[in-house]
Design a protein around this ligand. Sequence first.
Ligand code: G6P
Ligand code: MG
Length: 211
Amino acid sequence: MVYEAVIFDLDGVLCHTDKYHYMAWKEIAGELGISFDRKINDRMRGVSRMESLEILLENFKGNLSWQQKECYAQKKNRIYRCLLKNISEKDLEPEVKQTLDAIKASGIKTAIGSSSRNTKFILEQLGLSGFFDAVADGTDITRSKPDPEVFIKAAEFLGVEPKSCLVVEDAVAGLTAAAAAGMDCAAMGNLKDSAKADHYLDRFSDLLHIL
Ligand code: G6P
Ligand code: MG
């Protein structure tokens, strides 16, 4: 398969924000008296902030109004944004940057396809603002992964047919979204051992063997 573009998920693929999501949700869980662990945090990969809150609330005994949920989601985001200030260009692994540079130099288009509404802030922190040919994120969509909307948007922004795009993902929701968008998917992280993908990346630079 000849791919004209690669669409990268952000959290868990280009950088590791999971620990900050975990810390922020842990604080909200503590406030609500809910137990929360890494396993629950893993289920939040790729899904929207509000859907993540709903996952957290599965262990909550009471009932929250829509406004209260909105408040908790906003509070989680304030904590998370503070933590994101710790991220810098040093958090972009050299192998990741070298691979991205090599893909770009080969003429293949690059995009971000992330459910996160903090995508542009994270890219800025990583020194990647303006690097990608297109960025489709949580601010561009009405339905988050596993819905294909964010990947379809990314392909549209790039002007490339979905079938000519390769998605790089670390989450089941993202793999499902890529398939629904009619795109091939390269799995990395835990996803590589747990799901059926078109390609498996042991290291990020393995992408160069696929393209
Ligand atoms: C990514 C992460 C999810 C997160 C979602 C929304 O997809 O993998 O864990 O819930 O983004 O993030 P946000 O930054 O908008 O709260
Ligand atoms: Mg991810």
